[in-house]
Write a protein that binds this ligand. Structure first.
Ligand code: ATP
Ligand code: MG
Length: 411
């Protein structure tokens, strides 16, 4: 019975393979070459998932994934510059000039009963192409493209869904969310990233499945949240966070922002999206420092008079806010230092004493703190004249900097 269903599916796949007008200009040469080499070695190989989806939508993918029948060790043997990686499952990174292409072996769908002890789904069983297609999350992510034959395998109508701008889970939504609850966040992330709607049946299961997210290892959720905000669609991600109340679950400081702080957050998120569009980097510490700033600032101002120095009050506020946030959803330690420094440096922009200005200017975290201060000034939280003095100072050459330093009567 099982086999019969399978051969039926295989037949169906053959009918679904079709020539397509995929724009090869949007495909990385590395990806095509790797697929070609795998095929020359008699393995099946396709460009898969998000990359195919993005190309069909007409924009260049940020990275390329390849799915193949070759096992990790076999892939390793074909590509000299490659390494096997992965904790949850093994996959191979092929290093091709400056690009890294992820090559993974076809896998089966996870079987609900075999969960590993630590709550991580056991989904590292190798499988066939058909099984690999079935384990994919959304129809728009289950697209396989053979760039040599220029044929697309689209077993679940993903191309059509992409055109209709619909995010639709493959199979029964309730079951697929239970199988791997991170898909709840993925559905919402793709809605933000691709500006798409979630298909009705998938959408119905989102809210009831939300609590399953608590069963996922923290690091997986954390990575997913970083993708929401560091991939060039931070502003729409923020809207989705609000709409689905993910703020209460992960970033309660974003609830009840007054219009000033909301303006500050919007400006910062726009700024981040702009940076990504210009191929610049955003540090996760910066994003979190923006998100928690309202709480830090309000507490700082509330307790300021109790301390001999404002900076001590600021430190107290920082510690207290981080403690509170970490009880709800812990921010990884490696980002806490950056966050705290961005906040701590804010107070130092108020002091134009020559020695202090230069010391601040040479601080390793100056640039992030400076960007943060400028956004504060733009949203009426920091003296505009003072911020303009800093802009002049930063953009000047060494000689003119001295002159600017002497003109501290900026008002
Ligand atoms: P992007 O990289 O733009 O965020 P993507 O679709 O490429 O989007 P990845 O996380 O890179 O997302 O995953 C690559 C592919 O692996 C997906 O397109 C999907 O087919 C599959 N995939 C990833 N995570 C899951 C999951 N939790 N369940 C099922 N399939 C998944
Ligand atoms: Mg991807």
């Amino acid at each position: 019975m099982y086999l019969k269903a399978f051969s039926h599916f295989a037949k169906k796949i053959n009918q679904l393979i079709r020539p397509t007008r995929i724009d090869h200009h949007l495909i990385s040469i590395a990806a095509i070459d790797i697929v070609s080499q795998l095929q020359e070695n008699n393995y099946e190989a396709y460009i898969v998932g998000g990359a195919v989806r993005d190309i069909l939508l007409g924009f260049p993918p940020k990275d390329f994934d390849i799915a193949t029948s070759a096992k990790p060790e076999e892939i390793r043997q074909i590509f000299k510059h490659s390494r096997i990686i992965g904790r949850r499952f093994k996959l191979v990174h092929v290093i091709y000039k400056k690009e890294i292409i992820e090559v993974s072996t076809f896998r089966t769908a996870p079987i609900e009963k075999i969960h590993m002890k630590n709550g991580i789904l056991k989904d590292n069983e190798y499988g066939s192409l058909i099984e690999d297609i079935k384990r994919r999350d959304f129809t728009i992510n289950a697209l396989y493209y053979n760039p040599i034959k220029k044929k697309l395998i689209d077993s679940y109508g993903g191309e059509n869904d992409a055109k209709k701008r619909t995010i639709k889970l493959i199979g029964e939504p309730n079951k697929r969310f239970k199988e791997d609850p991170i898909r709840v966040l993925r559905a919402l992330r793709f809605a933000a990233k691709l500006n798409m709607n979630i298909h009705r049946q998938t959408l119905i299961q989102i809210k009831p499945s939300m609590k399953l997210l608590d069963t996922i290892p923290h690091a997986r959720v954390f990575d997913e949240i970083l993708k929401f905000f560091l991939s060039g669609h931070a502003k729409s991600s923020y809207m989705i966070f609000k709409e689905y109340d993910l703020t209460t679950k992960y970033l309660p400081a974003l609830n009840n922002l007054d219009s000033n702080f909301e303006e500050f957050v919007f400006k910062a998120l726009n700024n981040c999206d702009q940076r990504i569009a210009n191929n610049k980097h955003i540090s996760p510490g910066f994003i979190f420092s923006v998100f928690l700033w309202k709480d830090v600032f309000n507490l700082w101002k509330k307790i300021e008079t109790k301390y001999p120095h404002s900076s001590i009050a600021l430190n107290e506020a920082i510690e207290s806010v981080i403690f509170k946030q970490n009880k709800v959803f812990a921010i990884q330690k490696r980002f806490l230092t950056a966050m705290s420094e961005i906040w701590r440096l804010q107070i130092r922009f108020e002091n134009l004493n020559q020695k202090k200005v230069y010391r601040l200017f040479s601080h390793p975290r100056f640039r992030a703190a400076y960007d943060f201060m400028l956004i504060r000034a733009e949203s009426k939280q920091f003296d505009k004249n003072l911020s303009e003095w800093w802009i002049k100072f930063v953009n000047a050459d060494d000689g003119s900097r001295k002159k600017i330093m002497n003109k501290k009567n900026y008002v």
